[in-house]
Design a protein around this ligand. Structure first.
Ligand SMILES: Cc1ncc(COP(=O)(O)O)c(C=O)c1O
Length: 388
């Protein structure tokens, strides 16, 4: 064994094979595209550098993410800058550097007055009623999403007018919509709204940015080819493939599936009610928001075992609800057995709290070889930049 647990493992070949499926779909259906890798989904330095090497732009939504992209060597114009909490300095710098900047708030419109280049260009994040178009699939069915300028109440139209009056070029529309379903309907709606807005305001766009929120790497879910060909069939009615780029901002779809989390059983104890199997991993490392109902998991054990009626597999923290799953009628687990959780690359490392233990090791696995790409944090890293 050439790794120690607990650890995350990035399966490089699986990552690259899945990424090729995305680029193939884009080449086939809209061969004028940009892939902006969503930093918030998992900004481990090895991962963001790897996506940069694969030709992705950095999709960033804060000053820290924007500066992180520059720190790891992303070219100054290969950054997509989104979200409502950009800072003024980085916003102005990004517009100056010809980054893809999608405005999300009124203050950004004011900041444009301080950008001193002949042609200022920005995209606009659109807020639209996705629930009306895809019943039951949106994240906020009752009161709608909170990002971007609202199409239905005229705020988007006002913003377009203000930008035009300031002689700012509207280079794109940004329509990212997180959904419960990640379904094809969502992307049909996004493409239809892009067309509707293009026609209504006679926009000549350099890009339509449909955001992230796709499934990827899961055979039972929609495939990249289906998403992109569906959007092609709609966008083609209003946009010229040569002139208008399709921007996608995948996170989950490209880093969710190829990452595993490996844990080891460190203790087994019986109580009046249960057999508890304690591991050196924690639920907070694979489900930090504690929202998932089940985890993709498998056991790695040696030798024959008696079947046990019920074992409750737990994490190392002192929280009672750090219980990962119940193994019913499964092999009796013992110290040293491994429990591996798969498809845990998205919104895990980026959200894991520094609770009780610090960040674990991360390896990249290639052909059965493990390369340590982030050493676990120890107290030395925890106290850095602190006064005590
Ligand atoms: C603007 C934007 N782009 C891309 C993404 C990535 O989404 P996912 O990781 O679901 O693909 C998000 C996620 O919230 C987002 O807000």
């Amino acid at each position: 064994m050439n790794y120690k647990t607990p650890c995350y493992v990035i399966h490089e070949k699986e990552l690259d094979d899945n990424f090729i499926k995305l680029t193939n779909a884009l080449q086939k259906h809209w061969n004028n595209y940009i892939i902006g890798y969503s930093y918030k989904t998992n900004a481990l330095p090895w991962i963001i550098k790897h996506f940069n090497d694969l030709g992705c732009y950095a999709e960033t939504v804060s000053e820290d993410e924007y500066n992180l992209a520059k720190l790891i060597g992303v070219s100054k114009d290969k950054i997509v800058y989104n979200g409502p909490i950009k800072t003024k300095d980085t916003f102005i710098e990004a517009v100056n550097n010809n980054c893809i900047v999608n405005i999300d708030s009124e203050r950004e419109i004011e900041w444009l007055d301080e950008v001193d280049i002949p042609m200022r260009s920005v995209g606009i994040r659109v807020n639209f009623n996705i629930e009306k178009m895809c019943k039951g699939q949106s994240q906020c069915p009752e009161d709608g999403g909170r990002f971007g300028f609202c199409y239905e109440n005229g705020e988007l139209g006002k913003t377009i007018d203000i930008l035009l009056s300031k002689k700012v070029r509207i280079s794109g529309l940004h329509l990212h919509t997180s959904s419960k379903s990640r379904g094809l309907d969502i992307y049909r709606a996004i493409a239809e709204v892009a067309c509707r807005i293009q026609k209504e305001y006679s926009l000549e766009l350099d890009y339509v940015d449909v955001g992230g929120g796709f499934f990827g790497g899961l055979p039972t879910k929609p495939q990249f080819d289906e998403y992109i060909s569906l959007m092609e069939s709609i966008l083609i009615k209003c946009f010229d493939k040569q002139k208008t780029k399709l921007i996608v901002e995948p996170g989950m779809a490209v880093i969710g599936a190829p990452v595993s989390y490996i844990t080891t059983v460190i203790d087994v104890k019986d109580t009046e009610f249960n057999r508890f199997v304690i591991t050196d991993g924690t639920r907070t490392s694979i489900d930090p928001l504690m929202t998932k109902k089940a985890y993709f998991h498998r056991l790695k054990i040696n030798g024959e075992r008696y079947v046990h009626p019920k074992q409750v597999v737990c994490g190392y923290t002192c929280m009672e609800h750090d219980r990962l799953f119940e193994e019913l009628e499964g092999p009796t687990l013992q110290m040293g057995d491994q429990i591996i959780y798969d498809k845990v690359g998205a919104y895990t490392m980026s959200l894991t709290p520094l609770f009780i233990k610090y960040f674990p090791d991360v390896y990249v696995e290639n052909n059965g070889k493990y390369d340590l790409v982030r050493k676990a944090w120890e107290p030395e890293q925890y106290v850095q930049l602190s006064k005590y």
